[in-house]
Ligand binder design. Structure first.
Ligand code: APR
Length: 262
């Protein structure tokens, strides 16, 4: 849909909600990183269109660590070259303006932090490091890729010889920092969802918690999501375009010192 899809009225309504919110948070998924060259999972060119999601389960990792790491090594090549895009930068700017208080993300690419976001909760962990499943020792992912590229597949711990695992949450594992994320959602009166199909739980509870507490839900997504029915504003266009326009409108509203009335 691209730029043409960003309805000006929706952008204005979303900006009005965020400027008037007491405590707004962002909730992001893989769709915010596709413009950085990282494929999403369920979009038209999503990873789960080419591979079975079974490869991202903890059982598959434990039974087939070599095949698992060969899949992850392919993913890491896009991850290492990826840079934050307009949407990540706009979110970091909104946090520095005090409009967005935190980013709760399902992504493991670290691009929110790279863009300057400070208060980030990575529900599904991070691809930036791996840990030994036996002794817990952590390794930066570039060290791990050197092990793999030198033929050590699966990569092993230097200390105890145990198998290393990316510090991401695989299907079948508990998510990270969920209590902290839920507490944030429960005190929020607005959530800006960017680039998620909202199909994976418990992560997708976050916008639901905000809604249940009487908060407003804004969804920016190129395709329909599973939670469109709870959206107060549904912006069906590219995250980069929408976030740039949203930031512009919020800066304009702040300058005028006035906001569009509901
Ligand atoms: N702008 C807006 N929306 C986009 C863009 C874009 N540039 N690119 C993709 N999208 C949309 C897609 O249409 C899709 O609906 O982003 C959504 C991404 O949804 P998913 O691929 O399902 O990603 P996500 O919601 O983050 O998946 C959640 O599933 O596989 C697990 O652990 C993995 O964290 C992931 C979780």
């Amino acid at each position: 849909m691209g730029e043409a899809g960003c309805d000006v009225r929706d952008i204005e309504e979303a900006a009005n909600i965020l400027v008037n919110a007491r405590h707004a948070i962002a909730f992001t998924g893989a769709g915010i990183s596709t413009e950085s060259g990282i494929p999403d999972f369920r979009g038209p060119q999503g990873l789960w269109k080419q591979y079975s999601p079974e490869i991202a389960t903890i059982d598959y990792f434990l039974q087939h660590p070599k095949e698992f790491w060969l899949f992850y090594r392919m993913r890491m090549s896009t991850l290492f070259t990826a840079k934050p895009n307009r949407a990540h930068r706009a979110l970091a700017e909104l946090e520095s303006m005090g409009v967005i208080k935190a980013v709760i993300t399902q992504n493991v690419d670290g691009l929110h932090q790279a863009a300057g976001s400070k208060n980030v909760i990575e529900l599904h962990g991070t691809m930036r490091r791996a840990v030994c499943i036996a002794c817990g020792r952590a390794y930066p992912m570039d060290v791990v890729t050197r092990k793999i590229d030198s033929g050590q597949v699966p990569p092993l711990c230097d200390e105890c010889g145990g198998v290393l695992k990316p510090d991401t949450v695989l299907f079948g594992e508990p998510v990270k920092d969920f209590d902290r994320a839920r507490e944030l959602a429960m005190i929020s009166d607005a959530v800006l969802v960017v680039g998620s199909s909202l199909t994976v739980y418990p992560a997708a509870y976050i916008p639901l918690f905000v809604k249940e507490m009487g908060g407003k839900v804004i969804i920016i997504n190129m395709e329909p999501t599973e939670l469109d029915y709870i959206a107060d504003v549904n912006i069906r266009c590219k995250a980069g375009d929408a976030m740039e326009k949203l930031l512009e409108k919020i800066i304009e509203m702040r300058k005028q010192g006035t906001t569009v009335t509901q």
